[in-house]
Design a protein around this ligand. Structure first.
Ligand SMILES: [Mn+2]
Length: 305
């Protein structure tokens, strides 16, 4: 496959949104696993990579219980949104490599802001074991990586929801949550009331990934300019991705994940992507990063034959 399309890889070495340490090493692990060269082989022009500066936990204080390290995460996300927006304006596809999942508040804000200027909206695929739809008052941990999706929908803390100067980055009926199997009690109610379409593991078991992926793409492509894919590696089964901090058994298999991403590539509507929650400290000889590179290549159109 050949294309003259450009990819802008953006590294966001952040672990402030999580309790388990180590997601800040995710961008490095993906680079060591050959992310850039694999995308070049898939036929893309890969731009010089950009890193977003992130403060270390040790250099900061937080006494907040409801939204830990909010000021730092807000500042990183605002910066990321600006870079993502500039990459799109430059004709590149942003590929944001985390880092914990809180960074999606920045990447999706940037993509949504870019399209909003053209009076367009975007869809969102949220691949995850969790709902990521807590708000500061519902969260048992205060970890912001459990809250990004609610804030992208305009629910929760007004500052976190207001990155790029507007709230409600995406419409709930253009959001598909896929792979979920571990929700907090109060979060369950927030998801049900949000209008987001949630494809649980049970539904994937019953219907199969091909049928689910087809419906996911209908949801995110309906009256949108395309979709952003926010891919949390913990959506995959822990046997596939041992290198993540919040493992939940009973997840999406390696082939099911590839199939979903192959369908994403076939649709030719993906505007941008996040790859998050990779934790090299918990991995086995970087195998999760190597598998994640393979999954990203599928999302960008690598075919078996
Ligand atoms: Mn997540």
């Amino acid at each position: 496959m050949t294309t003259n399309k450009k990819i802008q890889i953006i590294g966001v070495p952040m672990d402030l949104g999580a309790s388990r340490r180590g997601t800040d090493m995710g961008p490095s692990a993906m680079r060591v696993a050959g992310l850039g060269s694999e995308l070049q082989r898939t036929g893309y022009q890969v731009m010089q990579e950009i890193d977003i500066p992130v403060p270390s936990m040790e250099s900061r204080d937080t006494d907040a219980r409801e939204a830990r390290f909010k000021a730092e995460i807000l500042s990183v996300c605002a910066n990321l949104a600006t870079i993502v927006k500039a990459s799109l304006a430059d004709g590149a596809i942003p590929l944001v490599v985390g880092g914990d999942h809180s960074i999606a508040m920045g990447s999706v804000a940037g993509v949504a802001a870019h399209h909003r200027e053209q009076s367009e909206s975007i869809g969102l695929i949220w691949f995850d074991a969790h709902g990521d739809m807590n708000v500061p008052s519902s969260s048992p941990s205060g970890n912001i990586h459990g809250m990004p999706l609610s804030h992208l929908l305009g629910i929760g803390d007004p500052d976190l929801a207001g990155i790029e100067g507007f709230s409600g980055k995406i419409k709930a009926d253009n959001v598909a949550l896929i792979g979920i199997r571990d929700l907090d009690d109060r979060e369950r109610k927030i998801i049900r009331e949000s209008g987001v379409r949630a494809f649980t593991m049970r539904e994937i078991d019953e219907r199969g990934m091909a049928a689910v992926a087809t419906e996911v793409l209908e949801i995110v492509n309906r009256n949108t300019a395309g979709f952003h894919l926010s891919f949390d590696v913990d959506g995959c089964d822990p046997s596939v991705m041992p290198g993540s901090g919040t493992l939940v058994p009973g997840g999406i298999s390696y082939r099911e994940a590839h199939l979903l991403l192959e369908y994403c590539a076939d649709s030719a509507r993906m505007t941008s992507m996040d790859l998050v929650e990779l934790n090299p400290l918990l991995d086995q000889a970087n195998i999760s990063a190597e598998r994640a590179v393979g999954l990203v290549a599928s999302a960008f159109g690598k075919c078996i034959l």
